[in-house]
Design a protein around this ligand. Structure first.
Ligand code: IMP
Ligand code: MG
Length: 175
């Protein structure tokens, strides 16, 4: 089986969009400190680039989750593998995601995070696959909508590889 990756969104386009979203967040949260909750591992690449474009203070924390059950279908019930280091109480939280697919993971995660009494909570994603949405999650900041294809690069993996691609690509598989 050979695999080819075709470019869907170039490095320049991503850069431009992250600057734009960074400016929007800086304006929306003017005078405040934002607290990024970064979901490992895919969103790390996006989170650090976005953080560099903010003109307001930002703190950052990480958590790692995995979904229970059937591995090919997201069940929505997630297990926290690594929890946040710091409490969220009183903070202006922005959850940073690489991609929102069914939205099941996010729906569960947001419920969990809201119980920790943040001042506010918003959701920011690099990619959104709206065609696949099952759960009703409200996304506050989206960089790009993508078609229902297998996406890699800029943090997204295919069997843990290709996260380091500087662009967003689509895996074309051939037997
Ligand atoms: P869901 O929104 O609960 O279905 O799960 C979203 C998670 O599935 C993301 O955080 C990714 O880790 C993974 N995922 C979904 N679609 C893709 C894709 O096209 N490429 C790589 N990972 C994906
Ligand atoms: Mg992920």
């Amino acid at each position: 089986m050979s695999k080819e990756i075709s470019v869907l969104i170039s490095e320049e386009e991503i850069d431009r969009k992250i600057r734009e979203i960074g400016a929007r967040i800086s304006k929306d949260y003017e005078g405040k400190v934002v607290h990024f909750v970064c979901v490992l591992r895919g969103s790390v690449f996006f989170a650090t680039e976005l953080a560099k474009r903010l003109t307001i203070p930002v703190t950052i924390d990480f958590m790692s989750v995995s979904s229970y059950g059937n591995s090919t279908k997201s069940s929505g019930v997630i297990k926290i593998i690594k929890d946040l280091d710091d409490p969220l109480e009183g903070k202006n939280v922005i959850v940073i995601e690489d991609i929102i697919d069914t939205g099941n993971t996010l729906e569960y995660l947001l419920k969990n995070l809201k119980l920790r009494h943040p001042e506010s909570i918003a959701l920011c994603t690099l990619l959104d696959k709206p065609e696949r949405r099952v759960a009703d999650v409200k996304v506050d900041y989206t960089c790009f909508e993508v078609p229902d294809k297998f996406i890699v690069g800029y943090g997204l993996d295919w069997a843990q590889k290709y996260r380091n691609l500087p662009y967003i690509g689509v895996v074309e598989t051939e037997e």
